[in-house]
Structures are given as structure tokens and as C-alpha cells.
Design a protein around this ligand. Structure first.
Ligand SMILES: Cc1cc2nc3c(=O)[nH]c(=O)nc-3n(C[C@H](O)[C@H](O)[C@H](O)COP(=O)(O)O)c2cc1C
Length: 263
């Protein structure tokens, strides 16, 4: 219970810091966080709140997170890395996503990642193939506090962490949804490895994020910069907590966004 109160307080503070509304979906340009808003989430104040929230986790929760079966092996099992040739898929749409299980902000220890849930909804509603980006060497901790530190170090180092395996042959896809959790106001650095190691020229790229206050965090502009020869369409931001706990609402948000995109 203490944990719940602490996390709730942190979220409220985060929202205040970001000036975000409770609405999770960026359905209009006005609702989408600007670069400045994303930068604002990066303020030391916000980071301190996140860190404090993690620090208030009880020893019991930490132990629960560590002992959970949602370890890297399970992450691997959860992967739905599609091989078009093998599956016989005829879809021209692919969903690429990165997501973590274990202990996550505001939701405790989760068995399916927030972004994974949204990715699967998109795939289900569009008939797209799925590819999960998994770290080659899974160095990401399963506790929130430790994960924030590793992610922060990677961002500071402008790292390009390796991912496991290869994307499906992109020549078979005209549209690629790309999603990830917001990490420190940005794409997790492993996603830049994906952007830079593959040729997305001529594709329609559609970003989506899960977050706890930062919205899309400029995922669209950052994707445009990383893949200048692709066309980047309107993105979607969903609160991670909603992905876990308000799935019917999230499905509707995803559906409206897909309709707007012409699906
Ligand atoms: C390392 C790290 C950094 C984060 N940074 C932010 C942030 O800057 N803004 C935000 O709104 N949420 C932030 N979060 C919360 C995640 O974006 C959110 O919990 C997300 O839904 C997790 O998705 P996943 O389960 O697919 O990994 C962060 C979480 C982690 C672990």
C-alpha cells in the first residue's frame, strides 16, 4: 500500500511537472507533447520524483521483482519475431516494438510489457506481423530503479545496444509501426540501433509510445531525423498504466487512431 501511495504521488507530481492532461492518447497536434514538453520531463525535478518513487519500493517488492519469472528467458519466449517466409504472412504491415516486463513505473511487476500490449492490439486490428526487439545481451535489470540507471547511462553515452536476431525482410512491408516505452524523454537507445541498422527508405513509419506522463516525447521528429528517407505519420501515445489496466479504452483509442490513419 505504501508503494501504491508513493507511486501515485509521484505520478501526480510528474503530471504537474509535464503539464499533461490525464488523457493518454495524442489525438491531435495540440495534444501532442512538444519537444519542449519532452525536455521538461527530462528536468532534474521529474527525474528526482521518478527516482524517489523507485526508492520507496519496499524490500519485499524489490525481492518480488527479482524473483519473478518474468526474466530475460521469459522475455525471449514472449517474442513474436515474425519471419514472413516461414509464417506465409501476406501482410504488408509490420509492427516493431521494444518493451520490458519486470518492475515498471506505477504498475508494479508486470508479466507483459505495456508497449507489448499496445503492439499486439495494433497487430490484431491491422493484421500486421510483429517483431519484438530484444537485447542481444539482456543487461536490462528487472527492477525499476536499476533499469532507470542503466537506461540513463546508455542515453548519456549515446550508446547503440545490440539487439537479437534480424528484422524480417523489410522489402515485403510498406508500412511499419514502431513502438517503445519513453525512456528519459526519448526512444530507448536500442531503438536507434534498429533505425540505423536497417533501411526504412520509402516506408510509411508510424511511431507509438507508452509512457507515464511524457506522451509521445518527440518520437515522431526523432524518427524522422533517424530515417530521413521514410515518411513518418501521426503517432500515438498511451499511458503504460492504461495498457495494463484499461485495455478496453486503449483498444478504442488504438482503433480511432488506426481509422484516422486509413486502416
Ligand atoms: C528507464 C525508464 C525511463 C523512463 N522515463 C520516462 C519518461 O521520461 N517519461 C515518462 O512519461 N515515462 C517514463 N518511464 C515510464 C515508461 O515509459 C512506462 O512505464 C512504459 O509504459 C513502460 O513500457 P514497457 O512496459 O513496454 O517497457 C520510464 C521508465 C523507465 C524504465
Amino acid at each position: 500500500m505504501r508503494k501504491g501511495i508513493a507511486l501515485f504521488a509521484a505520478v501526480v507530481l510528474m503530471l504537474t511537472g509535464c503539464g499533461s492532461s490525464a488523457a493518454s492518447q495524442n489525438t491531435s497536434a495540440a495534444a501532442e507533447p512538444t519537444k519542449e514538453a519532452a525536455a521538461e520531463t527530462q528536468t532534474e525535478e521529474t527525474k528526482t520524483e521518478e527516482t524517489q518513487a523507485a526508492e520507496t519500493q519496499t524490500e519485499e517488492t524489490q525481492a518480488e521483482a527479482v524473483s519473478t519469472e518474468t526474466d530475460s528467458a521469459a522475455q525471449g519466449e514472449a517474442a513474436a519475431n515474425a519471419d514472413k517466409a516461414e509464417t506465409g504472412s501476406t501482410s504488408d504491415t509490420l509492427v516493431i516494438y521494444f518493451s520490458r516486463t519486470g518492475e515498471q513505473y506505477t504498475v508494479g511487476v508486470i508479466e507483459k510489457g505495456n508497449t507489448a500490449i499496445v503492439a499486439e492490439m495494433i497487430a490484431e486490428q491491422t493484421g500486421a506481423d510483429l517483431f519484438e526487439v530484444l537485447p542481444a545481451d539482456d543487461h536490462y535489470p528487472m527492477t525499476y530503479d536499476a533499469l532507470t540507471e542503466v537506461a540513463r547511462a546508455e542515453q548519456n553515452d549515446n550508446a547503440r545496444p545490440a539487439y537479437s536476431g534480424e528484422l524480417p525482410d523489410l522489402s515485403g512491408y510498406s508500412t511499419v509501426f514502431i513502438g517503445a516505452p519513453v525512456w528519459w524523454g526519448d526512444w530507448p537507445m536500442i531503438m536507434y540501433t534498429v533505425f540505423e541498422n536497417n533501411d526504412f527508405s520509402g516506408k510509411k513509419l508510424i511511431p507509438f509510445s507508452t509512457h507515464e506522463g511524457s506522451g509521445l516525447s518527440g518520437f515522431d521528429d526523432k524518427l524522422k531525423s533517424a530515417c530521413p528517407n521514410a515518411e513518418v505519420l501521426k503517432g500515438l501515445a498511451i499511458r503504460g498504466n492504461d495498457a495494463q489496466n484499461a485495455q478496453e479504452e486503449v483498444k478504442k483509442s488504438v482503433g480511432s487512431w488506426l481509422t484516422e490513419l486509413g486502416f
